[in-house]
Structure formats: C-alpha cells, structure tokens
Design a binder for this molecule. Structure first.
Ligand SMILES: Nc1ncnc2c1ncn2[C@@H]1O[C@H](COP(=O)(O)OP(=O)(O)O)[C@@H](O)[C@H]1O
Ligand SMILES: Cc1ncc(COP(=O)(O)O)c(N)n1
Length: 269
C-alpha cells in the first residue's frame, strides 16, 4: 500500500489539521502517518489556545517514521514557529522524501495566527524551495508576494512570483475570490485552470487541509501532478457538498468513502 505522512497541527474539533489530513488520506486510499507540530484547542468557532510541540520531539517523530517506513508523499500544514520550520526543513533535507505538498497555513478561518509572523521569512526561505507543490489560498499568496490579488491576471503573476521562490509547482486556490472557485496550477512552464463549482455553505472548515492531503495521496499513488490535482479537486467538491452541520461555526467537510466510491473516484493503486 502507498503511504503518506502529514506534518501539521492537531485540531481537537477534528475538522482541520492532522485529523482532516488522516481522514483525507484514508478516503483517498493511502496509509496515513502523522508528525504533530502543535496542539490547538479548537472547535468549529474558534482556536482557544495553541501549544507548540518541543522541537526535539518534532524531530524524533519525523526520524522515527522515515528511518523505518517507506513514505510516498509528505503533506505539510501548520508549522507554528520559526524553530519548527527550521527543524522540519532540516529533516526533509536529510531524508529527501519525494512528493512534498506544502499548504502554507497562516491564519484560521476565525482569524487566529497558526504561523507566528516571525516565522514567515523562515517558511519562505527554508520551506518553499523543498516543495514539490505549494497550495496557498489568495490571502496566503498575498502575504508571500506582498501584493494584492483581485483578478485572474493577478493570480497568474502571483504564481510566477511564488514559483521563483523555489517550489517545483504552485496551486493558487481561488476560493476566496468572487464567483466560481477556480484554482490555478503553474508548473514553471504552463498554467492550468482547475474549474470549480461554488457550494453555498458555511461548512468549509478544513477545506485547504483536505485538498492538500488528497493531492499528496494522489501523488503517493504515482498520479502525474495535473491528474493528482484534478482528482483531488473532485474529492474536495464532494467533501464540501456533503459537509456536516456540526458545531455552531464553520462545520467540517465530510470524508465520505461510499459516495466517493459511487462517484467512481476511489482508487487504491
Ligand atoms: N464554497 C466552496 N465551494 C466549492 N469549492 C470550494 C468552496 N470553498 C473552497 N473551495 C475549494 O476548496 C479548496 C480549498 O479551499 P480554500 O478555501 O481556497 O482553502 P483554505 O481552506 O486554505 O482557505 C479549493 O480548491 C477551493 O477552490
Ligand atoms: C491545526 C489546524 N491546521 C490548519 C487549519 C486551517 O484550516 P482550513 O483548512 O480551514 O484553512 C486549522 N484551522 N487548524
């Protein structure tokens, strides 16, 4: 069986972070493993508090997995602090796993900082060059490029600028712009618009985590990048369409194995 490792924060509410990643891995047919970087006390409404995990045990979690188990893809989410960015980057350089999908998580839907502002430079300088694919949303891409993104032309320019920072490819998610949520994939040569259909729901907690983990799972299964992204986009659409009315805030997406199978999208290679 193909495998994927998530390096991310824990969401006690189960909708985002490590919990979403492992559910997405399972639904997309790979064996999931986790390295926890931070624990958030979180629900559908808010992040109440955050405890970073001590750096030596972040390092040991990564080496414990990679010394023993074949890892076919790595998904990186919340990194929280500059020290964590540095430790994760160092371990990835040491182990050289293939297929690194970096979701540059910065701020929760409720406005809580999941990456300290002082850690931004380290993320850009140390982590971006290691990524096979980076998956920023519009606000994250605005922070990385330090320019505002309002149009499709702005999205193209941002992709070129982010690609120049080192990742092999960029998927700029358009969900935060008006209209249908179209994402833009840029591999350094060509642009591919990945069409979407807007689902009118407030239950979008964990969409970014779910999508990036589905892409990592697909890359682990040896799908080419464009196919991996397109298939993952179909998966996130189903997960949002079937999102759950749980809690009083942004409910989670649903990792619905049966429906996924019925739609002919489930593939375990
Ligand atoms: N309401 C929605 N309906 C359909 N697709 C959506 C919706 N909101 C987001 N998406 C898609 O889900 C994926 C992740 O969403 P996005 O909100 O951009 O990420 P993040 O959670 O990082 O902010 C993207 O492919 C985006 O286009
Ligand atoms: C631990 C953790 N990681 C990531 C997110 C971002 O979630 P979203 O996918 O909704 O932007 C989150 N809210 N909590």
């Amino acid at each position: 069986m193909k495998t994927a490792l998530t390096i991310a924060g824990s969401d006690s509410g189960g909708g985002a972070g490590i919990q979403a990643d492992l559910k997405s891995f399972a639904a997309n047919g790979v064996y999931g493993m986790s390295v926890i970087t931070a624990i958030t006390a979180q629900n559908t409404v808010e992040v109440r508090s955050v405890q970073d995990i001590d750096l030596p045990i972040v390092k040991d979690q990564i080496s414990a997995v990679l010394d023993d188990i074949q890892v076919d893809a790595v998904k990186i989410g919340m990194l929280s602090s500059e020290g964590t960015v540095e430790v994760v980057a160092k371990e990835l350089i040491h182990y050289q796993p293939r297929n690194i999908v970096l979701d540059p998580v910065m701020i929760s839907k409720g406005g809580h900082h999941l990456l300290r502002e002082q850690a931004m430079e380290a993320l850009i300088l140390k982590m971006l060059p290691l990524a096979t694919l980076i998956t920023p949303n519009i606000p994250e891409a605005e922070v990385i490029t330090n320019r505002s993104i309002k149009t499709k032309e702005d999205m193209k320019a941002a992709c070129i600028e982010i690609h120049a920072l080192g990742p092999a490819a960029v998927l700029l998610k358009g969900g935060h712009l008006e209209g249908e949520p179209e994402d833009l994939l840029y591999d350094g040569n060509d642009f591919y618009w990945i069409a979407g259909k807007r689902i009118h729901t407030k239950n979008t907690h964990g969409t970014g985590c779910t999508l990036s983990s589905a892409i990592a799972a697909n890359l682990a299964k040896d799908m080419p990048l464009l196919e991996a992204v397109k298939e993952a986009k179909k998966y996130i659409l189903i997960a949002i369409e079937n999102s759950l009315e749980l809690g009083n805030g942004h409910g989670p997406t649903h990792h619905f194995y049966d429906l996924y199978e019925k739609a002919g999208l489930y593939r375990s290679r």
